[in-house]
Design a binder for this molecule. Structure first.
Ligand code: SAM
Ligand code: SF4
Length: 335
C-alpha cells in the first residue's frame, strides 16, 4: 500500500494543519445547546493536560505540519494558567487563536497582546439581555458586550459566533448583520448541531437559504456581496456593501464541508478526535505520560478518519439524533 506523505494526511489526501485544543471541561455559562441540563461528568483534575503537556504535545503536531492552533473549551479563560499556556504556545510557528464566551476577556487582554494573539472568536447568540439569560442561564450579558467592545477597541480581529436556533434567536439575524455596519467584525451564523444531551432536532436548524431570505427582505440585491472564502474555510462569506464588517454562514448540518476538512481536536483530558462527530477517541495524553512516542497514535487517528461526518454520510443517518448520543457533549469536545 502507498504510504501517506505525512502522519497528518488521511486516506483521502486531506492534510491536517489545524489543531483545536480544549483546555477545560468547565464553563461559566450554561448554553442549553452545548451543556446538557444534567451537567457533565468532569474528569479528575490530574487527568487534564497541564500547561507544559499542552505545549509539548502541540510541539509534536507542529513538527508534522500543524500551523494553526485554536484554544477552546469549555471556557478556556477559566484556566488559571491560561496566560502561561498562551505564552508557551506563542513561541511555536503557528497562527494562534482563541474561542471564548467573553465573560472574563478583560482579564486577559494584556496577556493576549503580549503573546501576539490577535484572533478572537467570541460567542454571543442574542443582543437582548433577558434572552441571553434564558439561553445561557447566567446574567453576564453586559460583561460579554463590554468585552466585545473592548476587544474591538484594542484592535483584535474579532469574529462573533452566533448559533441560530429556530424559535430562539432567528429574529435577530438582521440585528447581528447591522453590528457590521460600523465595526470591522465578522458575524458568523452557525447552524445548530446535534450532540449528546442537547435536544437537537433538524427542524430547529436555520439554513443558509433562510438567512439569505431574511437578508433579501431587508437589503436590496445590489447591497449583498458574496465575498471570497479563505482556503479550508467552513463558512460562506458575505458583506453588505459600505458596511465595515462581514458576515458568514456555517452550515455543518445541511451543507457539510468535509471535503476540505483540515482539523483535529484534542480534548482537555488529552484524547484525540479526528472529527467533531466521532465517538472514537485516541488516548494521547496517557501515551505521552508513559514516555512513549505519540506519533503512532496520531497516525492511527488520522488514518481512521472517515470521508464525511464520522461516517454518518447519509442525511438520514445524520439526522437521527440517536446516532449522536454516544458522542461527547460539545462542552467536552471544544467547538
Ligand atoms: N466557551 C467558549 C465559547 O462559547 O465560545 C468556547 C467553547 S464553545 C463549545 C465553542 C463554540 O461552539 C461556541 O461558539 C458555541 O456557540 C459553539 N457550539 C456549542 N454547541 C453548539 C451546537 N450544538 N451547535 C453549534 N455550535 C455549538
Ligand atoms: Fe460554555 Fe461555550 Fe458551551 Fe456556552 S457554548 S456552555 S459558553 S462552552
Amino acid at each position: 500500500m502507498k504510504q501517506p506523505p505525512s502522519i497528518l494526511t488521511d486516506s483521502f489526501g486531506r492534510k491536517h494543519n489545524y489543531l483545536r485544543i480544549s483546555l477545560v471541561e468547565k464553563c461559566n455559562l450554561r448554553c442549553t445547546y452545548c451543556m446538557p441540563s444534567e451537567g457533565v461528568q468532569l474528569s479528575p483534575r490530574e487527568e487534564l493536560m497541564s500547561a507544559s503537556e499542552v505545549y509539548e504535545i502541540a510541539k509534536v503536531f507542529v513538527s508534522h505540519g500543524v500551523d494553526k492552533i485554536r484554544l477552546t473549551g469549555g471556557e478556556p479563560l477559566l484556566r488559571k494558567d491560561f496566560g502561561e499556556i498562551v505564552e508557551y504556545l506563542s513561541s511555536l510557528p503557528v497562527s494562534l487563536a482563541i474561542t471564548t464566551n467573553g465573560v472574563l476577556l478583560d482579564r486577559y487582554i494584556e496577556a493576549l497582546k503580549k503573546a501576539g494573539v490577535n484572533k478572537l472568536n467570541i460567542s454571543i447568540d442574542t443582543l437582548n439581555q433577558d434572552r441571553f439569560k434564558g439561553l445561557t442561564l447566567r446574567d453576564h450579558f453586559h460583561r460579554v458586550m463590554n468585552n466585545i467592545d473592548l476587544a474591538i477597541k484594542e484592535g483584535f480581529n474579532v469574529k462573533l459566533n452566533v448559533v441560530l436556533i429556530k424559535g430562539q434567536n432567528e429574529d435577530e439575524i438582521i440585528d447581528f448583520i447591522e453590528l457590521t455596519k460600523d465595526a470591522s467584525v465578522q458575524v458568523r451564523f452557525i447552524e445548530f448541531m446535534p450532540f449528546k444531551g442537547n435536544q437537537w432536532d433538524l427542524s430547529k436548524t436555520i439554513s443558509l437559504e433562510t438567512i439569505l431570505d431574511r437578508v433579501s427582505e431587508h437589503y436590496t440585491t445590489s447591497q449583498l456581496e458574496r465575498i471570497a472564502d479563505e482556503p479550508n474555510d467552513t463558512a460562506k462569506n458575505y458583506k453588505i456593501s459600505d458596511y465595515q464588517g462581514t458576515f458568514a454562514v456555517i452550515s455543518t448540518v445541511t451543507n457539510p464541508f468535509c471535503d476540505s476538512c483540515n482539523r483535529l481536536r484534542l480534548t482537555a483530558n488529552g484524547r484525540l478526535l479526528n472529527c467533531l462527530f466521532s465517538d472514537k477517541e485516541q488516548r494521547l495524553l496517557e501515551l505521552f505520560r508513559s514516555g512513549a512516542s505519540i506519533e503512532p497514535i496520531i497516525a492511527k487517528s488520522v488514518g481512521m478518519k472517515k470521508a464525511v461526518r464520522a461516517g454518518l454520510d447519509s442525511p438520514e443517518e445524520f439526522e437521527n439524533y440517536q446516532n449522536h448520543q454516544k458522542n461527547r457533549s460539545m462542552i467536552k469536545i471544544g467547538g
